[in-house]
Write a protein that binds this ligand. Structure first.
Ligand SMILES: Cc1cc2nc3c(=O)[nH]c(=O)nc-3n(C[C@H](O)[C@H](O)[C@H](O)COP(=O)(O)O)c2cc1C
Length: 124
């Protein structure tokens, strides 16, 4: 599965590098293009907001998104990793996981299992 990710201060980038999925694309401007299904992994910005480059990218590509994962910081309380919940709700796609900063080993396991499950459903 292709992993499309957004990262400003490299936490998500470090998380993505630990995943077993090696097919990755970094959304830096929002003008990137994909032609195959993908999982999105994004950070949260503002006060519980979706990064603007991610919003721009999804406007054109949400139909290929199979699920979303979000990073955040628990210091932000109710806004923790809220970008993932917003995207999941807006595009009616599964929220696979929320993790803090660059994530822990347990977060890697959860995301890999979640993505594998989505892959199984797609093949049926
Ligand atoms: C300006 C700013 C606003 C942020 N707002 C939130 C927020 O609302 N909720 C949250 O959970 N984390 C928030 N964060 C934390 C980041 O989402 C978190 O550090 C994330 O791991 C960053 O990923 P990155 O290093 O890949 O950019 C914010 C960070 C910054 C710098």
């Amino acid at each position: 599965m292709l992993v499309v990710f957004a990262s400003k201060t490299n936490n998500v980038m470090r998380f993505v590098e630990k995943l077993k999925f090696t097919n990755r694309m970094w959304v830096r401007t929002g003008n990137e293009t994909v032609t195959q299904p993908f999982i999105l992994i994004t950070y949260t910005t503002g006060f519980g907001e979706v990064p603007s480059e991610v919003s721009a990218f999804l406007e054109r590509h949400h139909h290929l998104m199979e699920g979303v994962v979000a990073s955040g910081n628990r210091n932000w309380g109710d806004n923790f990793a809220k970008a993932g919940r917003l995207i999941s709700y807006q595009y009616e796609k599964p929220l696979i996981h929320e993790f803090e900063l660059a994530g822990l080993q347990q977060d890697i396991i959860i995301v890999e299992k979640g993505v594998d499950q989505i892959g199984l459903f797609r093949e049926e």
